[in-house]
Design a binder for this molecule. Structure first.
Ligand code: SAH
Ligand code: SF4
Length: 358
């Protein structure tokens, strides 16, 4: 069965017309679904009964079921969802510092085939891609959860959904599930849909060059983050095996083209691993590699992953690393990982077992 949450407004309008319904009904459905977070077609009061029946019989509505939810002291909320086939995925809501809104960190695949050495998802391997509907539903279900639990009556009256930014930094490599991610961005970003503007959506990649090229063409407003972690090929190939396919020089060139086409800035993510990639020499390698790119650098002390010998860098080493970038003129920040005690931080997401649906 097709998934309602996988349709863009224009596609749904087309489909409804084909089925003999008025095209404007698509807008009404979108309004119920994404502005009101209606939990079922029955709630869509201004739709005719035969359209509600059609929706029930032809399109699946909810694609995720909340299996577990954990809250950390810092306000981070970690969700474990069960998909229709029994597989499990995670997403995280991170409270924003300067507002009462959240950033949703969502998954694009069940597992990941790229096998980065310091990443819990990478260690798990790849099982399948998520559909556009499953990607959208992570945000939908998270918003519905906030509405049920965290938001005040005031917020609900203002019709605020509580989620302001979106990052594809959960499980999986978004640019290896390009079509579904693009479709989800369309639905979540559009005014008729979730209305999280493209500029508030970030796609993070380990460096899939064809995907970066496509992004500059199809989604020039969406933010791009590159997970670099090392600026010499030998080390990067060890940490991020994808580097053997797309090396640093090729990546640099692709990003230069991306910046020329989009006129934007990229974010470079660098997880600092104690005595692996955090020396002053390695910071200077990073400065050299960044030459010619408009970039913002996020330094993330590595989050520990079970069964891995890697450790996050000490504060002193992080500060020295940061200083070198700063003195070279790059905007740089240390991103403190949050939600660590509930394993909701970057690279700590992995499914804990597969459940078969009855
Ligand atoms: N596959 C994409 C997006 C998901 S990973 C990518 O790699 O960019 C999201 C971010 O978490 C990436 O920047 C990734 O490198 C980082 N990450 C993975 N494991 C980590 C860990 N143990 N500690 C800190 N960051 C980690
Ligand atoms: Fe995949 Fe990203 Fe983890 Fe690497 S860091 S294994 S690309 S999810």
């Amino acid at each position: 069965m097709k998934e309602l949450k996988g349709y863009s407004a224009a596609e749904l309008e087309e489909k409804l017309k084909q089925e003999g319904f008025a095209g404007y009904r698509a807008r009404q459905i979108f309004n119920w679904l994404y502005s009101n977070l209606a939990a079922a077609p029955e709630e869509m009061n201004n739709l005719p009964e035969n359209l509600k029946d059609w929706l029930r019989e032809n399109l699946s509505y909810h694609l995720l079921e909340l299996k577990e939810e954990k809250r950390a002291a810092d306000g981070t909320i970690n969700f474990l969802w069960r998909l229709k086939d029994g597989r499990l995925i995670e997403s995280v809501l991170l409270p924003q510092r300067d507002s009462d809104k959240f950033t949703a960190c969502i998954s694009s695949q069940v597992g990941c085939q790229l096998g980065c050495k310091f990443c819990a998802t990478g260690l798990q391997g790849w099982e399948r891609d998520l559909t556009a509907g499953e990607i959208v539903d992570q945000v939908w279900q998270s918003a519905a959860y906030l509405k049920r639990t965290v938001r005040t009556a005031e917020d609900s009256r203002n019709n605020e959904k509580g989620i302001r930014n979106l990052v594809f930094m959960g499980m999986g490599e978004p640019l290896l599930n390009y079509q579904a991610v693009r479709q989800a961005v369309e639905i979540l970003g559009s005014k008729e849909g979730f209305n999280i503007g493209s500029r508030r959506i970030t796609i993070s990649t380990a460096g899939i060059i064809p995907g970066i090229k496509k992004m500059s063409r199809d989604m020039p407003q969406v933010e791009l983050a590159l997970s670099l972690h090392a600026a010499n090929d030998r080390l990067r190939s060890r940490l991020v095996p994808l580097n053997k396919k797309y090396n640093l020089q090729q990546l640099h060139q692709a990003l230069g083209e991306y910046l020329a086409v989009t006129g934007r800035r990229i974010t470079v993510e660098y997880a600092l691993i104690q005595e692996v990639n955090d020396s002053e020499k390695q910071a200077r390698e990073l400065v050299d590699w960044l030459e010619g790119l408009t970039a913002f650098v996020n330094l993330i002390p590595l989050n520990p992953v079970e069964g891995q010998k890697f450790e996050g860098s000490t504060e002193g080493r992080i500060e020295k690393f940061k200083k070198i970038l700063f003195q070279a003129g790059y905007p740089v920040q240390i991103r403190q990982s949050r939600g660590q005690e509930i394993k909701a931080a970057c690279g700590q997401l992995k499914e804990t077992g597969v459940e078969k649906s009855e």
